[in-house]
Design a protein around this ligand. Structure first.
Ligand SMILES: C[S@@+](CC[C@H](N)C(=O)[O-])C[C@H]1O[C@@H](n2cnc3c(N)ncnc32)[C@H](O)[C@@H]1O
Length: 287
């Protein structure tokens, strides 16, 4: 095998393994004190992580605590407001479909096929009779998210909460735009999008920031970051896809240990594209 063929084989075989970064996030999340719904499983994250190889990464725990708090709030808020569909994109080992299980609410999970096969196996081990989650293997680089959602029974006539946690940073910009637009096409009035964004200060080179981050990260080669942008550029992508940004919060405001200026947590509503300047900072609305 030539050097080039070997590298190609290595890339493909790495990609056909479950995402290690999603395991690291799930392991960081397990054991965190978190809310649950009355019908939900408070031990779901620990059960999903059973047997995973431990990770030594502790630097990102505060960031994950902030993200977890934000997205748990989004799910609980949507369910209590009557939203009956929660779509989790790049779900990895996210446990919210079990933790926040609620009669009348459907959870849809989309992720790369290699990770979904392993997630499905783990779900069967937890609940052999079936969890009721709708899993749709999807590679956002090549698959159409709207078709994937139609295929797993998502109803575009009813409002949804769409979640992209820790996902967009792994996709290139055209893929981010296609995904955001595809979700918007399935968003009935009253729908919300909640996303985490990897950001850097205005003026720095996005390519240089991304390359430096990948050089530092243990999974920088197997699961490289691809989209790290100044906040304004990220918000413009959301607005161009038809999402009106309502709130942004720096992860550091939700957890003292999180590094400021790295992760923004954003919620947006379906509606005609507006200008980023209409966005409210989290503190103006309260959590
Ligand atoms: C850091 S993990 C986050 C997982 C989960 N959202 C969480 O916070 O626990 C990133 C996830 O994005 C998924 N992902 C990355 N690229 C993808 C692609 N092209 N298509 C589908 N999923 C992808 C990975 O498989 C992985 O599960």
């Amino acid at each position: 095998m030539s050097g080039r063929s070997f590298l190609r084989w290595l890339r493909i075989s790495r990609r056909s393994r479950p995402s290690r970064t999603s395991q690291a996030v799930a392991l960081a999340r397990s054991g965190m004190p978190r809310p649950t719904s009355p019908e939900g499983d408070p031990g779901a994250q620990e059960s999903l992580c059973r047997g995973m190889r431990p990770t030594s990464a502790s630097w990102f725990r505060p960031q994950i605590r902030a993200r977890t708090r934000f997205f748990d709030d989004q799910v609980m808020g949507a369910i209590s407001a009557g939203t009956s569909q929660v779509v989790v994109c790049g779900a990895g080992y996210d446990d919210r479909g079990l933790r926040f299980r609620t009669t009348g609410v459907r959870f849809f999970e989309l992720d790369h096929p290699a990770t979904q096969v392993d997630k499905a196996r783990r779900l069967r081990a937890i609940e052999p009779a079936g969890t009721g989650l709708a899993l749709a293997p999807t590679d956002f680089r090549v698959d159409d998210v709207a078709s994937a959602l139609i295929g797993c029974g998502h109803d575009a006539g009813r409002p949804s909460l769409f979640i992209c946690e820790g996902l967009l940073v792994y996709l290139d910009q055209p893929t981010c735009s296609r995904l955001l637009g595809g979700l918007r096409s399935r968003a009935a009035p009253g729908s919300t999008l909640a996303v985490s964004l990897a950001v850097h200060r205005a003026g720095a080179s996005s390519d240089a920031v991304t390359a430096a981050a990948n050089a530092r990260r243990p999974s920088g080669r197997s699961e490289p970051w691809r989209t790290v942008l100044p906040l304004d550029a990220h918000l413009a992508l959301l607005e161009q896809a038809g999402w009106r940004v309502e709130r942004t919060v720096d992860a550091a405001e939700l957890d003292d240990g999180a590094v400021p200026g790295r992760t923004q947590l954003v919620s947006a509503v379906s509606g005609p594209g507006g200008s980023g300047s209409s966005a409210l900072h989290w503190g103006q609305r309260g959590l």
